[in-house]
Design a protein around this ligand. Structure first.
Ligand SMILES: Nc1nc2c(ncn2[C@@H]2O[C@H](COP(=O)(O)OP(=O)(O)OP(=O)(O)O)[C@@H](O)[C@H]2O)c(=O)[nH]1
Ligand SMILES: [Mg+2]
Length: 324
């Protein structure tokens, strides 16, 4: 594969090149990994930035419906929108963006939209890396907004927040007046909380839920990356397409403020550092997974168990063997 040529086509917004690049990124073959890394380096540029928007919410809260309506609104304004997903359990049927591609029917037919399901892999780390690289490829292909969806399971919100400029939590109207068991850590990551389904019979409950969360957000410690009034809670209806323009306005205002105050670039710099460190860790762990390393580990472990060598010295011996 000719990497400079592929990179050039991506920058020229060639959709087939974009799809090929993402297939390359998703490959686990070592030679493809090397090519993918070269591609990422070839695409590194700073003349265009998309807004990377992470979106999380429990199953059924309306993420896909929201992305379709919100995405259509953005393309209606002449913007180009990419949709990606981090779903470590995408092997399971339903709930994954794969089935959603048919559900996001309008958006998937829109020439200004690009939808890519979560790479199929069970390991969150692998999914994370591939999605993060796909985000960068979409950005190089001059998309204006990249939406990254995740269903809130395990660590996936953190992973998505670490690749987003804005992290959005989508909630449904609650029955009672209690907060919906949203973990504090997740709330602390959110830049915007959107109470979806604020329509029909659910409208009063949505209004209550929204003010509950607005109150809860005010109690959180103020973050340096927020202007006055952020993070906010707003009501939307993905189905009736209400509040989407307001949500986008808030996102745009927040992004503009962060750019002016250095927080936008600062966050990206921190994220780049984070992913570099993650990659190093992953690479080191992978060295333990080779057949030779596993055999050596096994062998030394037996000696340790038999009392022939103390654990710490044995560990040093093992680390010496995987130094590469
Ligand atoms: N009343 C109302 N229903 C909605 C709204 N948005 C989504 N729904 C409904 O909620 C259900 C779930 O919507 P999805 O968009 O599939 O939800 P999701 O969060 O993507 O779900 P998973 O992919 O399974 O995690 C569907 O029946 C939607 O029609 C809304 O704004 N108002
Ligand atoms: Mg969905």
């Amino acid at each position: 594969m000719n990497i400079p040529d592929l990179a050039e086509k991506i920058v020229k917004q060639d959709r087939r090149a974009l799809a090929r690049a993402i297939t390359l990124i998703e490959s686990t073959k070592p030679e493809h990994r090397a090519q993918a890394a070269a591609l990422m380096e070839a695409l590194r540029r700073d003349d265009h930035q998309a807004v990377r928007i992470g979106l999380s919410g429990t199953p059924g809260v309306g993420k896909s419906t929201f992305i379709e309506s919100f995405g259509m609104m953005l393309t209606g304004q002449g913007l180009r929108v990419a949709v990606l997903a981090v779903d470590p359990s995408s092997a399971r049927s339903g709930g994954s963006i794969l089935g959603d591609k048919t559900r996001m029917e309008r958006l998937s037919r829109d020439p200004n939209a690009f939808i890519r399901p979560s790479p199929s892999q069970t390991h969150l780390g692998g999914v994370a890396r591939r999605t993060r690289e796909a985000v960068a490829v979409c950005e190089a292909a001059a998309f204006d907004a990249v939406l990254i969806e995740t269903v809130g399971v395990g660590q996936s919100e953190t992973v998505v927040a670490e690749m987003s400029d804005l992290f959005i939590l989508l909630l449904a109207p609650a029955g009672g007046d209690e907060l919906q068991g949203v973990k504090r850590g997740i709330m602390e990551m959110a830049d915007l909380i959107l109470i979806n389904k604020a329509d029909g019979d659910l409208k009063p409950a949505a209004t209550r839920t929204c003010s509950d969360y607005a109150g809860a957000l005010r109690l959180l410690r103020k973050r340096p990356q927020d202007p006055e009034g952020f993070p906010k809670a707003l009501m939307v209806s993905a189905v009736e397409e209400h509040g989407l323009d307001k949500a986008w306005e808030e996102m745009t205002a927040l992004t503009a403020w962060r750019r002016e105050n250095g927080h936008f670039a600062g966050r990206r710099a921190e994220q780049a550092r984070y992913w570099f460190e993650q990659e190093v860790r992953r690479g080191l762990l992978a060295r333990l997974e080779t057949p030779e390393a596993k055999a050596a580990m096994q062998e030394i472990a037996v000696k340790v168990a038999d009392g022939e060598i103390v654990p710490s010295l044995a560990a040093q011996e093992m680390l010496q063997q995987i130094k590469g």
